[in-house]
Design a binder for this molecule. Structure first.
Ligand code: SF4
Length: 113
């Protein structure tokens, strides 16, 4: 499936830019929610596409991320670390795979991170 970048005005791009401005260093004293439950829950076997709503398993992981103290750090750190869009997997930072792949293409293409 071909992944297209998001518009730079998209709310996810705006969220990443907001995080980039406010995030301070690496967070070492917080425990991620996904470290206390089944890590497979964050890697649904069949992820949804960008043009479809998130599937049930994705929605459950996305909801759990909302209670994670590392949600902002998690989202931006992956975008900085992955070297190719096909390496973006599962749910992270409260965002499903298809949306993060599109987000990755946007921030890399536009040089926003
Ligand atoms: S925000 Fe990241 S670290 Fe926290 S539960 Fe979600 S995937 Fe795990």
């Amino acid at each position: 499936m071909k992944v297209e970048p998001l518009a730079v005005e998209h709310e996810l791009v705006e969220r990443v830019l907001r995080i980039k401005q406010t995030l301070r260093g690496f967070v070492v004293d917080e425990t991620p929610v996904c470290a206390t439950t089944d890590p497979e829950a964050w890697h649904p076997e069949h992820p949804s596409g960008l043009s479809t709503p998130p599937y049930k398993a994705e929605k459950q992981a996305m909801a759990l991320c909302q209670d994670c103290p590392l949600i902002d750090f998690c989202l931006i750190q992956e975008l900085r670390e992955v070297t190719a869009v096909e390496h973006v997997h599962g749910v992270r930072g409260g965002v499903r795979q298809a949306e993060r792949q599109a987000l990755y293409l946007t921030v890399v293409k536009e040089g926003l991170l």
